[in-house]
Design a protein around this ligand. Structure first.
Ligand code: ZN
Ligand code: ZN
Length: 153
C-alpha cells in the first residue's frame, strides 16, 4: 500500500513538468516574494542611513534605538573576543599539561602522574639538561647543541 503511494507520487512527479506542479509554483512564487521583500528592506536601510547622515537629530527615537543596538553590539563583540582569549588560554593550559607529561629524553607523552618515562626511564617533570654543559635541551635531543655531548640513553 505504501509502495503504491510512493509509485503514484513518482509517476506524478515524472509525468508533470516541474513548472506546472502547483507546489513548485507556490515555492517559486514564495521565494520570489522573499527576495523582493529583502530587497525592499535593503532599500529602506540605505534610505535610513542617508537620512541619519544628512539630517542628524531628525528622528531621535530611531537614533536612540540605533545607539542601544550599537552598545549591545560592542558588548557582544568584546564578549566574543574574551571567549576567544579564554579558549586560547585553555588550549595553552592543556599544552602545558601535556608538556609536563612529555619525556624530556625521548619525547614520549606518558600517563599523568608517572615519575619516569615508560619508554626510556628518564625522569619526567624535569627539563632535559645537557650532562656535559648543563644547557637546557628540548625533548628528543640526541646531541647537545651547545657542546656536542651525547644526551639521553
Ligand atoms: Zn622517554
Ligand atoms: Zn652540552
Amino acid at each position: 500500500m505504501g509502495n503504491d503511494m510512493f509509485g503514484g507520487l513518482m509517476k506524478g512527479l515524472s509525468s508533470v513538468l516541474p513548472q506546472d506542479d502547483p507546489n513548485i509554483k507556490k515555492f517559486t512564487a514564495q521565494s520570489k516574494i522573499n527576495d523582493l521583500k529583502e530587497e525592499e528592506t535593503g532599500i529602506y536601510a540605505e534610505l535610513g542611513k542617508k537620512v541619519m547622515e544628512e539630517e542628524p537629530g531628525k528622528y531621535p527615537g530611531f537614533e536612540e534605538r540605533l545607539r542601544a543596538v550599537r552598545m549591545e553590539l560592542s558588548e557582544a563583540e568584546s564578549g566574543a573576543k574574551k571567549a576567544d582569549m579564554e579558549a586560547k588560554e585553555a588550549e595553552k593550559v592543556k599544552e602545558a599539561e601535556t608538556a609536563k607529561r612529555t619525556c624530556p629524553g625521548c619525547g614520549t607523552i606518558n600517563e599523568e602522574g608517572v615519575k619516569f618515562c615508560s619508554e626510556c626511564g628518564t625522569e619526567i617533570g624535569q627539563g632535559l639538561t645537557c650532562p656535559g654543559c648543563g644547557a637546557a635541551l628540548s625533548p628528543g635531543t640526541k646531541f647537545c647543541g651547545s657542546c656536542g655531548a651525547k644526551v639521553g640513553v
